[in-house]
Design a binder for this molecule. Structure first.
Ligand code: FES
Length: 83
């Protein structure tokens, strides 16, 4: 799923940038270019940052919080821990 349509930035790219240390929207703008055109994606991108609605998804996608995981994206609800 694209978070930023203007710059073709995917949810996964945003999650990876945060997992690698991005801590605010400015970091995401600098690293990915998200929210640097029309800006309509800024609020959504910010929801992936710590404290945001989708922040837990960042750890799950990176495998950092749950250990080895298999992530199945079915409208963002199914995360199953394996082994
Ligand atoms: S949708 Fe991200 S800048 Fe336009």
């Amino acid at each position: 799923m694209y978070i930023c349509v203007c710059n073709a930035i995917s949810e996964r790219q945003v999650q990876d940038a945060i997992a690698q240390g991005a801590t605010d929207l400015g970091d995401l703008q600098a690293q990915l270019g998200v929210a640097t055109c029309c800006g309509r994606c800024a609020d959504t991108a910010a929801e992936y940052l710590p404290g945001g609605r989708y922040a837990a998804d960042v750890g799950a996608a990176a495998g950092g919080l749950l250990g080895p995981v298999e992530v199945t994206v079915l409208s963002r609800v199914a995360v199953r821990q394996v082994a």
